[in-house]
Design a protein around this ligand. Structure first.
Ligand SMILES: NC(=O)c1ccc[n+]([C@@H]2O[C@H](COP(=O)([O-])OP(=O)(O)OC[C@H]3O[C@@H](n4cnc5c(N)ncnc54)[C@H](OP(=O)(O)O)[C@@H]3O)[C@@H](O)[C@H]2O)c1
Length: 363
């Protein structure tokens, strides 16, 4: 099992002495990013089953913004610290712990609580940092790579030569999805919202221009042109976390036996610090509602998932992470790094929809 592999030792000689205080970004209640406060607080020694980690880098996810705005169903009630992943060095272990020891460099999954300079995490949601990686890459990896593996392979059944549409292909999950498809030998059609991201995918990731499309008013015609480029009748798989107006043109172009894997609704995101309820209600009421009966006659399927569900299936996580690392062994592309103290600014940049790859905080 991956979690029993010998962990990498701290690669950057981070301090591995136990930590007694930490700083966290806490929000008193969801609703607005402006409610985030940087707080210093004591950190108790790790309890049984816990491992203390001095965090060196925190991975940001679009879900963190949704959670702080109150648009994420898994958001805790009341005050919480956002953050689903980080990387750092083990500084102390709970009573009886034998798997981890101070000095181990680790990747950490948390069900919230990740925006912290130190934390006590469950011993079961840590992984050894792959050798040769730095903390930024390690903090950038778990959520987005697991999402790509789970959506494309575990649910989507992606395989060699499959034609796969990837929405937001230059984003954090998107680049991991492209890496996974490269590994599988599948053929991606990448969709992005801005021309500069299109150029980034062609110039930096070597995708053929005919297979990198803008989600603009020519979107439907561009999908047809990309399918013609591959000589394919339709998409074998669509991997989409945008939803909204982009959904139906892609859904209608699924090949028979094609699967549409929906895992988010970025189109519901507003650019303001707090959501606009009227605009949100309007988008919600106008959302696409595919008819399951109509799917029978055309042999197409729709699947949806929230990865955070897997946090509760802790016994499945080691195998899931092992499969993910086999499929996507390269360190991810970190597109932007901010200081820990600038977390709200980093979240606003992510929220604005212009970032490529992963956004991280350095502690
Ligand atoms: N279900 C799950 O378990 C799960 C897990 C991880 C992530 N997700 C979802 O997957 C998506 C990607 O996550 P990520 O963390 O890797 O983020 P990301 O792709 O780095 O950033 C989100 C992207 O969404 C696109 N977008 C579309 N409409 C938008 C709008 N109205 N405002 C802002 N951005 C908009 C933008 O790219 P383009 O304009 O280029 O499309 C933006 O860059 C998110 O929707 C996230 O919620 C779901």
């Amino acid at each position: 099992m991956l979690a029993r592999m010998p962990p990498a030792r701290d690669p950057a000689s981070a301090d591995s002495r136990p930590v007694a205080t930490r700083r966290v970004w806490r929000i008193a209640r969801a609703g607005s990013l402006s409610r985030l406060r940087l707080i210093e607080e004591p950190l108790p020694p790790p309890a049984e089953g816990e491992v203390q980690v001095a965090v060196q880098a925190v991975g940001l996810n679009f879900a963190d913004v949704f959670a702080c705005l109150g648009l994420y169903s898994a958001t805790p009630r009341g005050a919480f610290v956002p953050g689903l992943e980080s990387a750092g060095v083990v500084t102390a272990v709970g009573p009886g712990e034998t798997r981890w020891r101070p000095g181990d460099a680790v990747m950490v999954l948390t069900r919230f609580g990740g925006y912290a300079t130190a934390l006590n995490a469950s011993r079961d949601t840590l992984w050894p940092m792959p050798s040769g990686w730095d903390y930024a890459a390690a903090a950038a990896y778990p959520v987005q790579a697991l999402t790509a593996w789970y959506g494309l392979v575990a649910l989507g059944g992606a395989r060699r030569d499959a034609i796969v549409l990837v929405q937001s292909a230059a984003g954090g999950v998107g680049l991991q999805a492209l890496a996974a498809l490269r590994s599988l030998g599948a053929r991606p059609v990448a969709i992005v919202g801005r021309e500069e991201k299109r150029r980034f995918l062609i110039e930096r990731h070597g995708l053929p221009p005919a297979a990198v499309l803008l989600r603009d008013r020519h979107y439907a015609a561009s999908l047809d042109a990309a399918l013609a480029h591959y000589g394919a009748p339709g998409f074998d798989l669509v991997f989409d976390a945008v939803y909204g107006a982009a959904f139906t043109p892609a859904f209608e172009r699924l090949a028979p036996e094609g699967r549409y894997v929906l895992y988010g609704a970025a189109e519901f995101m507003d650019t303001g610090a707090r959501p606009n309820p009227l605009r949100l209600a309007w988008r919600y009421l106008r959302r696409p509602r595919p008819d399951p009966l109509a799917m029978i006659s055309v042999n197409r399927g729709l699947l949806a998932f929230n990865l955070i569900w897997l946090w509760g299936e802790v016994q499945r996580l080691p195998a899931a992470m092992r499969s993910t690392l086999e499929l996507i062994p390269e360190p991810p592309h970190v597109g932007a790094a901010f200081a820990f103290d600038d977390a709200p600014q980093a979240m606003r940049v992510l929220q604005a929809g212009g970032t490529t790859g992963k956004v991280i905080l350095r502690c």
